[in-house]
Design a protein around this ligand. Structure first.
Ligand code: ZN
Length: 219
């Protein structure tokens, strides 16, 4: 009987020790996770501080008219911020104007005005820069469409091939031009190909450029 009690007691002691140990382990696991969470929080905090610092320096570069430097920092902030503050829309839109990225500028300034209405800290400024960007965008598009004009053959000298002759495109080689007048059709000699029905290559290129003069129609 005495032996049984002894065993029972020692068993109980063992159980208690194990319980204590396991809670101790659990507790240390908890503190471990707390530490990780704390570290993550600190890292996030540092990151957001760093982003804010980048934004501050971007604004400074913008104010110093160093638009390229400002642009790269604004882009970093845009890429790393989860939620974009409305002021950033204003600054980035304004900076984009100075980089002649007018469409981008219109886009962001419009966004700012949509968000803030007329009551925002930069609402008035944003409207001024938006107007400038819109005007510049129109000018830019006009310039682009002028540049995209068609390339015309008359601006080039064409090679007529080994014969050096081209069938006269005015009379189609017939040497005769038919003119319709109120008294009927009138036939006239083609003044361009000199009754030959063809042009030399030089004449043909002159014709394309509008420089070939027709001989006086003496009929
Ligand atoms: Zn002709």
């Amino acid at each position: 009987m005495a032996t049984t009690t002894k065993i029972e007691v020692s068993m109980r002691v063992l159980v208690v020790i194990m319980l204590l140990l396991s809670t101790g382990i659990a507790r240390s696991q908890d503190t471990q996770q707390d530490k990780i969470r704390e570290l993550e929080k600190q890292r996030e905090y540092q990151k957001s501080r760093q982003i804010e610092a980048r934004l501050d320096s971007a604004i400074q570069f913008l104010n110093n008219e160093q638009y390229e430097e400002a642009d790269s920092r604004f882009r970093y902030v845009l890429a790393n911020m989860k939620s974009i503050p409305s002021d950033l829309a204003y600054y980035f839109g304004k900076n984009s104007y100075h980089l002649q990225k007018y469409k981008q500028s219109v886009d962001w300034l419009t966004k700012y005005i949509q968000l803030k209405g007329t009551a925002g800290q930069f609402s008035q400024d944003a409207s001024v820069w938006l107007k400038k960007s819109e005007d510049a965008l129109v000018q830019q598009r006009l310039a682009q469409s002028a540049k995209a004009q068609e390339i015309l053959a008359k601006d080039f000298t064409l090679d007529c091939g080994p014969s050096g002759k081209v069938v006269c495109p005015v009379c189609n080689g017939s040497t005769v031009i038919i003119r319709k007048t109120y008294v009927g059709e009138k036939y006239a000699t083609c003044g361009y190909c000199n009754k030959l029905g063809y042009l030399t290559c030089e004449e043909y290129n002159q014709l394309l450029r509008g420089q070939l003069k027709a001989a006086v129609d003496n009929k």
